[in-house]
Write a protein of this length. Structure first.
Length: 647
């Protein structure tokens, strides 16, 4: 197997990798290798002294440019280059910019060809004039201009980037003191893309307050995520912010109270051992907004708020002795404890590994239930006179295991596809376990990497994430069994199992594999929906390459229903039309047609029947404009239909 590197790259098979910290070689089969670790990549047969020299060069690079710089592929000598393992945050432009700042113009040649470096920073907008302007800015060490231009390259044209690259920072002010270009780019897209539909974006009018551009953009993106509507024909930053702040939806969102367990609130103000950071718990959205205003992250976004209001997650800030926030953490309950779903520093920066480990160790000591809480009740079994209650596990196990073996066989292709996302072509159950333990961010990165590298197509992945072998096996049980043991359905849910006997039951190897498949498929399907509904460029490219009818019919109604899509949309039919164009034509209302068959999935993502038909009557069915870039709706639908025939 090849070593899996950051951002979807697989190392060539004749190359090996050695950890910076320990010097140990990386085992490609090890799914528990530290995510994003810095490594020296070079010939497998390299001599020990060559490995040592490469590690020393890598150590100097990381010391000068930070861990992120290791991902830039810097020449370390003797055929070695720097790299990071899969799971690193951000993208390659973050690494290239960090390495450039560390190496300076004299060492820039260690990054490889000039053209490749410029493309990493500016993508398709890396024209010759942009390259020349960038080289001048780099030579003059005007890093804020280079960072802002790199972040804005996703939405601005070459001429506008040249203007940014030529702009000096105000005297005595560093407008971009920290933060990765990729994080700034995400927030810029959220803020500026809606404006490009209204008036052309002009670089002068898009530059936020100059004391901290990342904070200004992050704060504005947060307001839009909370439901604020940008003013019409807004041409400068001040008017944009004033219009967003006047939105009533923002004020309503900020006063919502969160459901926080008392066992977590008991840790409010606690100082963590080893690292000396103080715990602060978010009880409402206003606190999240306060944190986000300093941290420049998306913790005050609607998804985190909705989960916290429902009690599904608990959000923390860790402050130092000066009351400065260093870390944000999202906790989720797991059995009688908690696990860290997401953790990050300012501007979504990566944490020091030692700090991260200390936080994880502390979280492992926090209980999800009070010590005095009653034991979770087992399955209720009707009591019979003069007979002991039947053991439900003993009664259910034979039939359920037999059913699971059958559903696992049917789901085998889907299991292989999901495992391929985890870079395992054999579908090893251990890969499913590793994926089940992954955070949603890591699953998103894995899905994007798999789609971009061509390991799987979007049609294959969408179909695979619909497989639920354990849920299918439970549903196949006799009605009297399901009535007698209603908690059987919890076996397939992405939530803690509420009974010790049922937890014992799913320790059966086949049931454990089926449950892992159900949970991973559910989470990956949610990740794909999230990528689609945030306008992720990699997902858009995958849609254009190989769409599927099931995916289109599930996501298009969601886009149509949403009043605040973060991307431009286009109507694919006249208002009130129910017959959709394309070959073959399709009927929105046909109960046996693809649209109605996909409606349950659309409903899971938030589509509402009444809202959908109201919007169809007003505007017609809406689709992200970027999906129609190659051949329009008819071309996209025909391609999806052709793929369906081939499969």
């Amino acid at each position: 197997m090849a070593v899996r590197l950051a951002w979807g790259v697989l190392a060539e098979r004749d190359l090996g990798a050695w950890f910076l910290d320990t010097g140990e070689p990386v085992d490609p089969r090890d799914h528990d290798a530290p995510e994003g670790a810095a490594v020296a990549l070079g010939p497998k047969n390299a001599a020990p002294e060559q490995v040592a020299a490469a590690r020393e060069s890598l150590r100097q690079l990381v010391e000068d440019g930070g861990l992120v710089a290791a991902g830039a592929g810097v020449d370390l000598g003797a055929g070695f280059v720097s790299a990071r393992l899969a799971g690193a945050g951000g993208d390659r432009r973050d690494a290239v910019l960090a390495a450039l700042r560390a190496l300076g113009t004299t060492g820039a040649s260690r990054l490889g060809e000039r053209t490749a470096t410029l493309v990493a920073l500016f993508g398709v907008t890396a024209t010759k004039p942009v390259g020349a302007a960038a080289e001048r800015a780099i030579a003059e060490e005007r890093w804020p201009a280079v960072t802002l231009a790199s972040a804005a390259a996703d939405i601005l044209g070459p001429e506008q980037l040249e203007h940014i690259l030529a702009s000096p920072a105000p005297d005595g002010v560093d407008p971009i003191p920290s933060g990765a270009p990729s994080a700034l780019a995400t927030n810029l897209r959220r803020v500026l893309e809606p404006q490009t539909d209204r008036v052309p974006v002009e670089a002068d009018h898009c530059v936020p307050r100059l004391d901290s551009i990342p904070l200004a953009v992050a704060g504005t993106a947060q307001l839009m995520a909370l439901g604020a509507t940008p003013p019409v024909r807004c041409r400068d930053w001040g008017r944009l912010c004033a219009g967003l702040l006047s939105s009533g939806s923002v004020m309503r969102a900020l006063v919502e109270e969160f459901e926080v367990p008392e066992v977590v609130l008991a840790h409010e103000g606690e100082v963590l051992p080893e690292i000396g950071l103080r715990v602060e718990v978010a009880r409402n959205a206003g606190r999240l907004a306060e944190w986000s205003a300093y941290m420049g992250n998306c913790i005050a976004g609607p998804w985190y708020q909705e989960e916290a209001v429902r009690g599904r997650s608990v959000l923390l800030a860790l402050r130092d002795e000066r009351d400065t926030i260093l870390v944000n953490v999202e906790l989720r309950a797991a059995g009688r404890g908690w696990f860290v779903n997401e953790i990050g520093g300012r501007f979504n920066g990566e944490l020091d590994p030692a700090l991260r480990k200390s936080v994880l160790r502390w979280v492992s000591t926090v209980r999800a239930l009070d010590e005095d809480d009653a034991e979770v009740p087992d399955i209720d079994v009707p009591v019979r006179v003069r007979r002991s209650a039947l053991d439900p596990v003993r009664e259910i196990r034979p039939a359920l295991c037999a059913s699971v073996r059958g559903t696992l066989k049917v789901a085998a292709p889907a299991r292989r596809t999901v495992a391929i996302v985890g870079v395992d072509a054999d579908g090893d159950p251990k890969t499913l376990t590793a994926l089940r333990r992954s955070s949603s961010d890591r699953l998103a990165r894995l899905c994007v990497e798999a789609l971009e590298s061509g390991r799987v197509t979007l049609a294959e992945l969408w179909s695979a994430t619909g497989a639920r072998p354990l849920a299918a096996a439970v549903a196949a049980q006799p009605e009297r069994t399901l009535t007698r043991y209603p908690r059987l359905h919890t076996l397939a849910a992405d939530a803690p199992i509420p009974s010790k006997r049922l937890r014992d039951l799913v320790k059966e190897p086949d049931l454990a594999t089926a449950r892992s498949m159900d949970v991973v498929a559910t989470r990956m399907r949610a990740v794909l929906g999230g990528l689609a509904l945030t306008g992720d460029p990699a997902f858009t490219r995958a849609v254009i390459r190989e769409p599927s009818i099931e995916m289109l019919c599930a996501l298009v109604p969601v886009v149509t229903c949403r009043p605040d899509n973060p991307f431009p949309t286009l109507a694919i039919a006249e208002p009130r039309a129910v017959i959709m164009p394309g070959f073959p034509a399709s009927d929105l209302s046909d109960p046996d047609g693809p649209w109605q068959r996909a409606w349950p999935v659309a409903a899971e993502f938030g589509a509402e029947t009444e809202r959908f038909w109201d919007q169809v009557a007003e505007t017609g069915v809406l689709v992200p404009a970027t999906w129609l870039a190659a051949g329009g709706w008819q071309g996209l639908w025909s391609k999806a239909a052709a793929h369906a025939k081939q499969s």
